[in-house]
Design a binder for this molecule. Sequence first.
Ligand SMILES: NC(=O)c1ccc[n+]([C@@H]2O[C@H](COP(=O)([O-])OP(=O)(O)OC[C@H]3O[C@@H](n4cnc5c(N)ncnc54)[C@H](OP(=O)(O)O)[C@@H]3O)[C@@H](O)[C@H]2O)c1
Length: 288
Amino acid sequence: MILVVGATGSLGGTIARGLAAQGRNVRILVRPGSNYQPLVKLGCQAVMGDLKEPASLRAACAGIDTIVTTAISVTRMPPDTIETVELAGYASLIDAARTAGVRHVIYTSALMGDTRSPIPFAAAKALTAERLQASGLTWTVLAPDAFMDVWLAMVVAAPALQGREVVYVGGGSRVHQFVHSKDVAAFAIACVDNPAALNRFIPIGGPAAISFRDAVATFERILGRPVPQRGVAPGGPVPGLPPTVLEMLAGFDAFDSRLDTAPLAAEFGVDLTSVEAWAEGLVPAAAS
Ligand SMILES: NC(=O)c1ccc[n+]([C@@H]2O[C@H](COP(=O)([O-])OP(=O)(O)OC[C@H]3O[C@@H](n4cnc5c(N)ncnc54)[C@H](OP(=O)(O)O)[C@@H]3O)[C@@H](O)[C@H]2O)c1
């Protein structure tokens, strides 16, 4: 039995659906207000629980062989916070997994995870990855780069498609291997019952290093018209984007990420989506 923690989220839901489609026995940790019924219809077993409630985690882990966890507080409201979920909540989950004799824990961290990062989310991701690695449990840490269907969708695709100006933080020239979340889900699924994934840190990126400016150029080519763009200094406002998002965008503008992603994609059988292919899929006329 596989426990998915975060199954009512976007990435977590893709993973749970993918595992259920393979005919695997999937349990999902869910909260009363979350939209989990569609997953139950697909055959997932729902167990009520919360990362902030250690007793619920002990119950959820009973009889579990593998945990895949994607849960994150950043898109939720207090009392779900980095301290209560990413740090204390995951510490409780790791304890519960160890007590229950779970064989393998697959944790979704982030490529920008770094215990010394000034970005609280990035520091917490790395601290929890370290906690898992030191726990005595068999682990896999997935470390994806930024998701194209989150960050490029929000910063570039939405305004470009709506005829608005694209606004990014900084110069827009830093490159990252933006990856599609469905490809991250494919990696997570490929790690289940896979000896090659055990005690392994797996950096995940898309097929090419792309900047926000590059992404704007891609949309200009596909749309056949110029897309206005400008950068704002870190700390400056971007219309429609909340402070936590701006903090992350400033973080992206502080470094480049370059990965040789092809070998791991081949090893885990994942066909990586390019920014170009994703963008063309958003503009149906471009495909004809
Ligand atoms: N976006 C990126 O560019 C990026 C890059 C690298 C890594 N990642 C990682 O990829 C994952 C993204 O997952 P996602 O897209 O599925 O996130 P999401 O759509 O924001 O969903 C969050 C999930 O976490 C659950 N959750 C939050 N607080 C909880 C709590 N206290 N107890 C139990 N569950 C709780 C939510 O449950 P409810 O529905 O009940 O609230 C929901 O299932 C995260 O781990 C993120 O750090 C993302």
